[in-house]
Design a protein around this ligand. Structure first.
Ligand SMILES: *[C@@H]1O[C@H](CO)[C@@H](O)[C@H](O)[C@H]1NC(C)=O
Ligand SMILES: [Ca+2]
Length: 200
């Protein structure tokens, strides 16, 4: 923060200095002035780059803080919200933090998310996932609106493998009791959730 301020001030001073020296308009810019303009532009570019890098650092630091409370898994940071909420509320609350509802994209990630939910929420918990078929029945999409490539639906009940809720159940939930298997549930049910942040 102090660095950024100092740099901006430095840049501004240079700019003012340059502008005041140019105050009486000259008919033809001298070679010296052109060189100065280029130098100022170059400096401005460098300042912009530093500001950009600082912002990325700040974001990473914020993520680190989230990850200190949560858990880091393959470029993602998971943070549990143990409060029971409807799907939409859970999703909006997570979005407000800059994340999306957790969306495991591999068996390994699903297993590690399940383990984290066991530890943070409970051994018999169901959490909302960032996956639903609200837009088109039977087409399960993630928060990007794309069909999910990975799923882990529970098929242990052969007569009625998940998802089995049709139009009544459009939101996917992961169950720790079922070893991380997924179930479609009514989106108005209230469940805990895990917010996912992508680490840049
Ligand atoms: C959604 O799914 C697509 C394709 O499977 C994938 O490329 C994208 O990263 C996913 N988005 C999220 C937020 O998981
Ligand atoms: Ca459905």
């Amino acid at each position: 923060m102090a660095l950024r301020g100092a740099l901006l001030l430095f840049g501004m001073l240079l700019f003012i200095n340059c502008a005041s020296q140019q105050a009486p308009p000259k008919k033809r810019p001298a070679k010296k002035d052109v060189a100065k303009d280029t130098a100022v532009e170059e400096l401005q570019k460098q300042i912009d780059n530093i500001v950009q890098e600082l912002n990325i650092l700040k974001e990473q630091q914020a993520l680190q803080t989230v990850c200190l409370k949560g858990v880091k898994i393959t470029g993602k940071c998971f943070l549990a919200d143990a409060l029971n909420k409807r799907y939409h509320t859970a999703s909006e609350d997570c979005n407000a933090l800059g994340g999306i509802l957790s969306t495991p994209s591999s068996a390994d990630e699903n297993a590690r998310l399940t383990e984290y939910v066991r530890q943070s929420v409970g051994l018999d918990a169901q959490i909302w996932l960032g996956i639903n078929d609200m837009a088109a029945e039977g087409r399960w999409t993630n928060q990007t609106g794309l069909s999910v490539a990975y799923n882990n639906w529970d098929a242990s009940n052969q007569r009625s493998p998940q998802p089995d809720g049709g139009r009544v159940q459009n939101c996917a939930a992961l169950s720790t009791a079922a070893g991380g298997k997924w179930f479609d549930e009514n989106c108005r049910e209230e469940k805990p959730s895990v917010c996912q942040f992508n680490i840049v």
